[in-house]
Design a protein around this ligand. Structure first.
Ligand code: PXL
Length: 279
């Protein structure tokens, strides 16, 4: 059986983050990816300023209806939302329709630009979507905003932030400290209301990390769809994304994306050699 998995997120015109990261990751996990596009994100190559173009709300709704038209989905991931109406719509759909697992990537900042995206959406996301989520996957900036902590620089701070975000009503939280976390290793923290699990990995010094956060949350979503526990899904997602970062590729001189196919060496599939052997 191939599990059906939905991403509700923004389309990244560059191909490595957002919907594109999600669908590629779902495929790598052997799940069937479905998409609801909430907005389209472009980046000006000169100024490097991202622009978000929301998709009309009735079109978002039609996509959701299409996505759920075959009944229950194995898992759903939420990323960049785009507008308040989208949050309302998603809340209504997700509480009336069914999915086995819900992963919320509370996208508020993109790597190209450290400004917080659409701060007016943050409170709505906290009140309406976090309580529905099996896991919330903030990066450090997002964790600060959701927890209200002004600095997250130590493992104790990470624990405090995770606890505060857990108390907003999600079943679990993983904070992506990653290589921005000021310590020797890239540090993430998973908390499920019982245990704090720190995940340490060597820091990868590279510019090809754009799309890492989206791909990590997408990998957790697909892992849950395939029956992994929350912690197993987080651990495998971490390995999947580390390889994707190592083998990342440049879209242009500024934007280096993770390579979603790295873990399973997708670049070796469907080669001309295979074509010739098949004949
Ligand atoms: O990584 C955050 C993010 C989320 N969603 C979309 C994006 C990005 C970053 O570029 O483009 C659509």
């Amino acid at each position: 059986m191939v599990e059906k998995v939905l991403t509700i997120a923004g389309s990244d015109a560059g191909g490595g983050a957002g919907i594109q990261a999600d669908l590629k990751t779902f495929e790598e996990y052997g799940t069937f990816g479905i998409s609801t596009i909430t907005s389209i994100l472009t980046v000006d190559p000169t100024t490097r300023v991202p622009d978000i173009y929301p998709v009309a709300i009735d079109v978002v709704e039609k996509q959701l209806i299409t996505a759920f038209s075959g009944g229950e989905l194995s898992a759903v991931k939420i990323g960049l939302l785009g507008s308040l109406e989208v949050i309302n719509l998603i809340e209504n759909q997700l509480t009336s329709l069914t999915q086995k697992h819900l992963v919320l990537d509370p996208v508020m900042a993109v790597k190209t630009n450290n400004d917080v995206l659409q701060p007016e959406l943050v409170n709505e996301m906290i009140e309406r979507l976090i309580p529905l989520a099996d896991i919330v996957t903030p990066n450090l900036v997002e964790a600060q905003i959701l927890s209200g902590l002004s600095v997250i620089e130590t493992e104790e701070h990470l624990k405090e932030a995770a606890l505060k975000i857990y108390n907003l009503g999600a079943k679990s939280v993983v904070i992506k400290g990653g290589s921005r976390f000021p310590s020797e290793t890239a540090t993430d923290l998973f908390y499920d209301g019982t245990n704090f699990h720190f995940i340490h990995k060597p820091k990868i010094i590279t510019k090809t990390n754009h799309g890492a956060g989206c791909s990590f949350a997408a990998a957790i979503t697909a892992g849950l769809a395939k029956g992994l526990s929350l912690y197993e899904a987080v651990s495998l997602a971490k390995k999947y994304v580390a390889r994707a970062i190592y083998e990342g590729i440049f879209l242009n001189e500024h934007t280096g994306y993770v390579w979603h196919g790295a873990y399973q060496q997708a670049e070796n599939r469907m080669t001309k050699g295979e074509y010739i052997n098949e004949q």
